[in-house]
Structures are given as structure tokens and as C-alpha cells.
Design a protein around this ligand. Structure first.
Ligand SMILES: Cc1cc2nc3c(=O)[nH]c(=O)nc-3n(C[C@H](O)[C@H](O)[C@H](O)COP(=O)(O)OP(=O)(O)OC[C@H]3O[C@@H](n4cnc5c(N)ncnc54)[C@H](O)[C@@H]3O)c2cc1C
Ligand code: SF4
Ligand code: SF4
Length: 234
């Protein structure tokens, strides 16, 4: 990546959930150049996995997906997905950040998101985006509204990456977007500020016995505390 034309007023945002997305839009619309980095194959974070949201009962994706598009269309925002921060050097006002882009085994420039490779892939996997509640394929788009709308190949389940067999998807792709030999790519960005918006991981309730999950694992019913109400006559 050519960083020579960037100035040190540029901002790196680590985490492309709703917090990182909104921070990117606010900064970009104020004239800052933003590098929006996420370790997942697409923007969205936890909010993209929700259905209706409290307190307005709005469709979560209806709020969030227009913001994905706004980010993608904003000339001040560079979206860098499937990427993690390796090293940060320098100081506030002048950071040099080394990023590593994991191999998708797909060219983001050539993939049109047509899904033909997904239809042809013979390997079914439990879908990580849908909390493993449904199935997907070893090559798939992270979710329907994903930005960027390109596939990625799961290295844990792809027959070629595991055992050197298959490559059916390569023959099926009309734009030659699939490169099963892709390697990790290192990039360096120079920015004046860094915003960390990596969100959170959901809490494992088994760590707290009083929620009952640990009891369930031991084959007991969850415990519920009941409180008796005493009526007092005034
Ligand atoms: C089941 C559930 C229901 C909820 N319901 C509601 C609701 O009804 N109403 C409401 O207002 N809120 C609700 N929330 C909370 C809401 O979803 C979160 O507050 C919000 O999504 C947090 O956004 P975020 O951007 O801070 O973090 P996240 O959405 O967690 O996004 C963080 C992003 O950072 C990326 N990331 C993490 N680490 C790195 C790294 N090292 N390098 C690069 N990228 C990284 C992740 O891939 C992710 O995309 C709910 C949450 C849950 C779990
Ligand atoms: S990799 Fe090729 S076949 Fe698969 S979605 Fe992209 S363009 Fe379509
Ligand atoms: S090479 Fe991998 S991703 Fe492609 S079709 Fe075969 S199993 Fe699926």
C-alpha cells in the first residue's frame, strides 16, 4: 500500500463493529482520512448478528447495513478486513502501524460476490456468523449484506487447503478470483491517531454457578430462587 500521500492526521480504527463504523463516518465526514481495520471477513461486529434491537425494536441490519455502504462509498475511508495489527511504533501524532492481512484465498478486486463457487463447493460447515446454528460452505460470503461482498475460504475445512484435493471452486469461478495459494500480506500505515473499538466477547455464564448453566452440564435442572411475598395489611 502506498502511504506516501497520507499525512499524519490520518486515523487508524481497529474494530469495524458499529462503534468503529460510526467513528469512521464521523471522522471521514470531518475531513480525516480513515483506515478501518477488522479481523473478520466483513464489517459489522455483533450488531450484524442481531435481529430486532432494544429499545426501538428496529431491525438491526436495517440500521447498520446502510452505514456499511456509506463507509464503502466514502473516499476518505479505506476498509481493510480480515486483517490484524501486528506492531505499533511511534507516538501520538506519528504512529507507524504494521498490519497483516490474512489470506482469503480470493482476490477482493476480482470477486463479484456471485456465489457460484459456494454452490459448487462440496464441503458443508457450521456457520460461524450464525453462531453455528445453520450450515454454510467451506467457501462462502460471511453474510448476505457483507461489506466487502466477497467470499473467503475457510482454511480449516477446505479440502484443498487441508489435503491438497478438490479445487472445484477454482474451475467454477468465471472471473479467476480464487487463488488457493494466497499468502498473508503485510502492510504499513502511518497515522496520527488510533481508535480501538474491538468490542467484547460474550460472557461464559458457566463461570457463574448462580446462573444455573454449570448445574445443567452436570445433568441437574437450573436452580431458580423464588422469593415469597408477604402481605401486610396497613
Ligand atoms: C445477544 C445480544 C443482544 C444485544 N441486543 C442489543 C439491543 O437490543 N440493543 C442494543 O442497543 N444493544 C444490544 N446489544 C449490544 C450491542 O450489540 C453492542 O453494544 C454493540 O454491537 C457493540 O458494538 P462495538 O462496535 O463496540 O463492538 P462489536 O460489535 O463487538 O465489534 C467489534 C469489532 O472489532 C473486531 N475486532 C475485535 N478485535 C479486533 C482486533 N484485535 N483487530 C481487528 N478487529 C478486531 C471484531 O471482529 C468486531 O467486528 C446486544 C448484544 C448481544 C450480544
Ligand atoms: S470467487 Fe468467483 S465464483 Fe466465487 S463469488 Fe467470487 S466471483 Fe463468484
Ligand atoms: S477447494 Fe475448498 S473451497 Fe474450493 S470447492 Fe473444494 S473444498 Fe470448497
Amino acid at each position: 500500500m502506498n502511504t506516501e500521500d497520507r499525512n499524519i492526521g490520518d486515523v487508524l480504527i481497529v474494530g469495524g463493529g458499529i462503534s468503529g463504523i460510526q467513528a469512521s463516518l464521523d471522522l471521514a465526514n470531518s475531513g480525516f482520512r480513515v483506515f478501518l481495520v477488522d479481523k473478520s471477513p466483513a464489517l459489522g461486529g455483533k450488531m450484524s448478528q442481531l435481529d430486532k434491537t432494544f429499545p426501538t425494536n428496529d431491525c438491526s441490519m436495517c440500521i447498520e447495513s446502510p452505514k456499511f455502504i456509506e463507509c464503502a462509498r466514502n473516499p476518505n475511508i479505506e476498509i481493510i478486513t480480515y486483517t490484524e495489527v501486528d506492531r505499533v511504533e511511534g507516538e501520538a501524532g506519528d504512529f507507524k502501524v504494521t498490519l497483516t492481512k490474512k489470506p482469503r484465498y480470493i482476490s477482493e478486486e476480482k470477486c463479484t460476490g456471485c456465489n457460484i463457487c459456494v454452490d459448487y463447493c462440496p464441503v458443508k460447515i457450521s456457520d460461524p456468523f450464525n453462531q453455528h446454528l445453520s450450515e454454510n460452505k467451506a467457501v462462502h460470503i460471511y453474510f448476505s449484506q457483507a461489506v466487502p461482498l466477497v467470499t473467503y475460504v475457510d482454511p480449516e475445512t477446505c479440502l484443498y487447503l487441508k489435503e491438497g484435493k478438490c479445487q472445484i471452486c477454482v474451475g467454477a469461478c468465471k472471473t479467476n478470483a480464487i487463488d488457493l495459494h494466497q499468502k498473508p500480506e503485510t502492510m504499513v500505515v502511518e497515522v496520527g491517531a488510533i481508535i480501538l473499538s474491538p468490542g467484547y466477547e460474550t460472557f461464559n455464564p458457566k463461570l457463574r454457578g448462580d446462573f444455573g448453566y454449570a448445574d445443567e452440564e452436570r445433568g441437574h435442572q437450573p436452580r431458580f430462587r423464588t422469593h415469597s411475598l408477604r402481605h401486610r395489611s396497613l
